[in-house]
Write a protein that binds this ligand. Structure first.
Ligand code: PBG
Length: 329
């Protein structure tokens, strides 16, 4: 027994010694804001299952980007919420050079070139069935035809000036195929953020409302491509493959229920490792806060710090702007 020569509470007694032994510090530069873009001008649409989050037309998106820059948030992750008329079986609108994402990218890069832009690469906002890929007659998401579509989508985004393409679809071989196509097209600086360990999670519900894929997906699910929530060895295999195929950063998603996976990935590979605090995590925190059951600011900063402790280099979160403000107060 070391007590009382060892007293853990000595270092905890005062703020100065607590701060000296603090292992991790959350900074605005750790955060990536997440935003949904819609058609139109001066348009803001609330997302009912995500109070406080609005879908913005490009002009509003520019204001949001300006706020990120002012607060020292290094990057914005962009998701399209296209009109229903832009959806089709083959998702062709996703690689239209004049499409929503491409126009948003050009506008953002023209006004805020220093703000990093991360573009979602997946077909679900653009398909009439809400799946992340192209389906066969049985509704199965076909791997290679989907990868071909993702290549076109990635090239269209890179062409528009996207800094990071971020395939969130979980098709096999897509990172290598996209990397190869980007190199061949001369986009040698376009980074790839691979959604490597992306689970078939029920925490994505509010996001599917936000991009308008929930109703189309209906009772469908994504279990044939997203990972089983019970696995973590498989996550390491996915990450290893994506790194080998040319990913510049890898991601674990969702966040808080998967801190163990985050820690394993960071320990095993030591590559830039991002985590995504997803829509359902936001909704849980927001709902409890709105009911007065949790102190929003305290729990949000606690969850974000927990991601850093678990090994995250950067955190995608709908709370990025709020958190950066709180950190600066
Ligand atoms: C789909 C995609 C999803 C999210 C990001 N990209 C949902 C899904 O896989 O169904 C979820 C993000 C969130 O819940 O915040 N390509």
């Amino acid at each position: 027994m070391n007590f009382p020569s060892v007293r853990m509470r000595r270092m905890r007694r005062d703020a100065f010694s607590r701060s000296l032994m603090r292992e991790h510090t959350l900074l605005p530069t750790d955060l990536i804001m997440v935003a949904f873009v819609i058609e139109g001008e001066g348009k803001r649409e609330a997302v009912p299952s995500m109070p406080g989050v609005e879908r913005l037309s490009i002009d509003g998106l520019l204001d949001l980007a300006g706020e990120c820059v002012r607060l020292g948030i290094p990057a914005l992750a962009l998701f399209p919420s296209p009109d229903a008329s832009a959806k089709s079986e083959d998702a062709a609108e996703a690689w239209n050079p004049q499409g929503l994402m491409q126009r948003a990218t050009r506008a953002l890069k023209a006004k805020y070139p220093e703000l990093g832009l991360i573009g979602d690469v997946a077909l679900d906002p653009y398909t009439t069935h809400g799946q992340d890929g192209l389906i066969d007659e049985h509704g199965y998401v076909m791997n290679e035809p989907t990868v071909e579509a993702l290549i076109k989508m990635s090239l269209a985004q890179a062409e528009a000036g996207m800094d990071f393409v971020a395939p969130s679809d979980m098709m096999d071989g897509r990172i290598g195929a996209i990397r190869d196509a980007l190199e061949k097209a001369g986009h040698i600086h376009t980074r790839i953020l691979a959604y490597s360990a992306k689970y078939a999670s029920s925490f994505y519900g509010p996001f599917r409302d936000a991009v308008g894929s929930a109703a189309n997906l209906g009772k469908g699910n994504k279990h044939t491509y997203q990972m089983d929530i019970a696995n973590s060895d498989e996550a390491l295999r996915e990450v290893e493959l994506d790194i080998a195929e040319g990913a510049d950063a890898v991601m674990v998603k969702p966040g808080l229920p998967y801190l163990d996976v985050l820690r394993r990935v960071k320990d095993a590979f030591g590559v830039p490792t991002f985590v995504y605090q997803v829509s359902g995590e936001y909704a849980m925190l927001k709902a409890a806060a709105q009911n007065g059951w949790l102190n929003e600011r305290a729990v949000v900063l606690e969850t974000l710090t927990a991601f850093k402790r678990a090994g995250a280099d950067a955190i995608l979160t709908y709370y990025a702007i709020d958190a950066a403000r709180w950190l600066r107060e």
